[in-house]
Write a protein that binds this ligand. Structure first.
Ligand SMILES: NC(=O)c1ccc[n+]([C@@H]2O[C@H](COP(=O)([O-])OP(=O)(O)OC[C@H]3O[C@@H](n4cnc5c(N)ncnc54)[C@H](OP(=O)(O)O)[C@@H]3O)[C@@H](O)[C@H]2O)c1
Length: 242
């Protein structure tokens, strides 16, 4: 689908990958609703800024009432620090599932009729290579991303009749502050070349969407997918740190 002249809504647009996705959409000539829990933190001249917490149904409904012209929905927002499943804080584990799975689902349920009215359009869900491996230290996040992958595949089938393209972006390591903090806390140091720059990834993601791809992978994402026919394995962050 062409993004020039499209109307896109991006969740979690105040920082990290979401900021770069919104910026790249603006560069390509799309109208952009840049949404965030704290809209005052959004720095994207040219975008329409909306307050949105994807885990709050009233907030999701308000966004859907305000942005009735959307034909591209980008579900990027996520809480990612759930920790391990057997030892992590259960509240944090639930929050990871709430944002990645139920929050994404709430957005899709609210916007699917809007996309239908606007010609079908597209949904891009931001997953992770963690969906296809796991990450010791953050297994709850990997499990939530696996659930989000299943959700993405299910919604694709359900929304095909209305002409909505449902795509997944499956990156490995994005050089955002959140990843840098996580790696630092693990006592590791990653060489820059194993991470993808969020601005570069935003371009890859939107090129894929414009080409009609249903899975858009970076190198680590592609490697993770290739492991799926073998025995399950954990992602080895320490090995990448060298
Ligand atoms: N960084 C990586 O290495 C990596 C790798 C693979 C996939 N990903 C995925 O890529 C996406 C972006 O990652 P990132 O590194 O850019 O993340 P980030 O910098 O931590 O940003 C997360 C964004 O999500 C927002 N958010 C969290 N919970 C929310 C909620 N309930 N409602 C609305 N917004 C919410 C945050 O808002 P606040 O500022 O208010 O907290 C923030 O804007 C995520 O889906 C992540 O799982 C990341």
């Amino acid at each position: 689908m062409k993004l020039h002249g499209a109307t896109a809504l991006v969740t979690g647009a105040n920082r990290g990958l979401g900021h770069h996705l919104a910026q790249e959409l603006l560069r390509r000539g799309a109208k952009v609703y840049a949404t965030a829990r704290r809209p005052e933190l959004v720095d994207l001249p040219g975008a329409e800024v909306l307050r949105l917490d994807i885990t709050d149904q009233a907030s999701v409904d308000a966004a859907a009432s305000a942005a009735t012209d959307v034909d591209v929905l980008i579900n990027n927002a996520a809480f990612t620090a759930g920790g391990n499943l057997t030892t992590g804080d259960l509240g944090a584990i639930r929050e990871v599932m709430d944002s990645n799975y139920y929050g994404t689902l709430a957005m899709i349920r609210a916007f699917a009729p809007i996309l239908a009215r606007n010609g079908g359009g597209a949904i891009l869900n931001v997953l992770s290579a963690a969906a296809w491996t796991t990450v010791d230290g953050n297994t709850s996040y990997a499990a939530a991303k696996s659930a989000q992958w299943g959700l993405t595949n299910g919604v694709r089938v359900e929304l095909a009749p209305q002409g909505t393209l449902v795509a997944a972006l499956v990156p490995g390591l994005i050089a955002t502050e959140t990843l840098r903090d996580y790696v630092r806390a693990a006592g590791l140091e990653l060489p820059e070349h194993v991470m993808i720059d969020p601005a570069d990834l935003a371009r890859v993601a939107l090129d894929g969407l414009e080409a009609g791809d249903i899975e858009i992978l970076d190198r680590i994402g592609a490697d993770a997918k290739a492991t799926l026919s073998g025995a399950p394995q954990a992602f080895d962050l320490a090995a990448l740190a060298g």
